[in-house]
Ligand binder design. Structure first.
Ligand SMILES: O=C(O)CCC(=O)C(=O)O
Length: 358
């Protein structure tokens, strides 16, 4: 970590692997910063829950922007005769469920949204949130290009994500980096509506277990429990933890920690976003397909975030270019509900479906 935390020579905390050593506690107090024991828990367990962080004023505009994305998809599907109604009477928690009943995969079209809505940009670069990220990776911060709006509709295989380490979706030049995620819900999340489950300490060896592709009818990688236990030295009978997070809270987690999300057994959508950050001098992990976006620079306190350049590249479109021939062709690209990407070449294909069909 030399040079990444200027002025910090404290070696009291062991380096686990190259980047992810816990930085020295900040001597400068900034708004939003978490207590040292919370930061320590992130490094020790691989994740930490922060129950009360965001105000409704910070989260509600994101809900409004997401509702606008749903509205755009609804109007597109309606014009093409794919849904029976615009379902305007249904709100944030249900409209997409109705759309999905008529056109399965409507929620994937929302997930594939290429540009970051304005309020999500504000959330991603939120001053207090960046002060927390600074506690994890230091004062120079970029947004990693992997971000997702997750519309987990009830009983939906496509949004029930099996065990994985996030690094399994990234190029192996990121394997010695810390890329923390903030998983931020727009509803109270719990066991019933499909919150996350983590395997405590699974990041500590700094290893990436062998994943496979693709799970069920989805584009997700698979980390088998036996492989996780063997390679990451975890004991699933005691290390797993289901992590409910209320509206206003978040869970911060490491790119090395094994985790999954549970099924949504309610009648409402579990809306969340996951946002990632990294050191700006390190690779972006997307095989050169899309670059990170600089958010904070210790040399330039007046930095303006260049969202225009970031928005100009659609990650889902770019990902396809490295796996040509993968995924079923859609007659109409606007109705394409497949997701393909380079991780499909990184891991053995043990199961074919419409996303990987070659
Ligand atoms: O939100 C989910 O359902 C899964 C999120 C996840 O696995 C991730 O952000 O890496």
């Amino acid at each position: 970590m030399s040079g990444k935390f200027p002025g910090c020579s404290d070696s009291a905390w062991p380096e686990v692997f190259t980047e992810p050593a816990m930085p020295c506690p900040s001597t400068v107090k900034k708004s939003g910063q978490l207590a040292d024991h919370v930061i320590r828990k992130f490094f020790e367990d691989g994740f930490v829950i922060v129950e009360d962080f965001f105000t409704p004023e910070e989260l509600n505009p994101c809900k409004e922007d997401i509702a606008d994305v749903v509205d755009e998809v609804a109007n597109m599907l309606w014009k093409k005769g794919k849904i029976k109604d615009l379902y305007n009477d249904f709100g944030f928690h249900e409209r997409l469920v109705r759309m999905n009943d008529d056109f399965p995969g409507a929620n994937i079209l929302v997930i594939k949204t290429g540009r970051v809505p304005k309020a999500l940009k504000q959330l991603w670069a939120n001053e207090r949130l960046l002060n927390v990220i600074e506690q994890l990776i230091g004062p120079n911060i970029a947004g990693n290009p992997v971000w997702n709006i997750r519309a987990k509709i009830p009983s939906d295989e496509d949004t029930t994500v099996p065990w994985h380490q996030d690094c399994a979706y990234l190029d192996n030049d990121t394997y010695n980096m810390l890329i923390p995620t903030a998983w931020i819900p727009f509803v109270d999340t719990n066991f019933e509506n499909g919150c996350m489950e983590f395997v405590k300490g699974g990041h500590r060896l700094g290893k990436v277990a062998t994943h496979q592709c693709c799970h069920g009818g989805t584009w997700y990688t698979i980390l088998e429990e036996e492989e996780m236990t063997r390679t990451l030295g975890v004991d699933l009978s005691k290390d797993r933890e289901v992590v409910p997070v209320p509206f206003g809270g978040m869970v911060l987690f490491s790119n090395m920690i094994p985790h999954r999300s549970l099924p949504n057994n309610t009648s409402h959508i579990r809306w969340t976003v996951d946002l990632r950050w990294q050191h700006p001098d390190s690779p972006s992990g997307l095989w050169g397909l899309k670059e990170k976006v600089l958010m904070r620079s210790s040399d330039n306190p007046d930095l303006e975030i260049d969202w225009e350049t970031f928005d100009a590249v659609d990650r889902c479109e770019q990902q396809k270019t490295l796996v040509t021939g993968y995924g079923e062709e859609a007659d109409d690209p606007e109705l394409d509900t497949t997701i393909t990407g380079p991780w499909m070449k990184q891991w053995e294909i043990v199961h074919m479906n419409r996303h990987v069909k070659v």
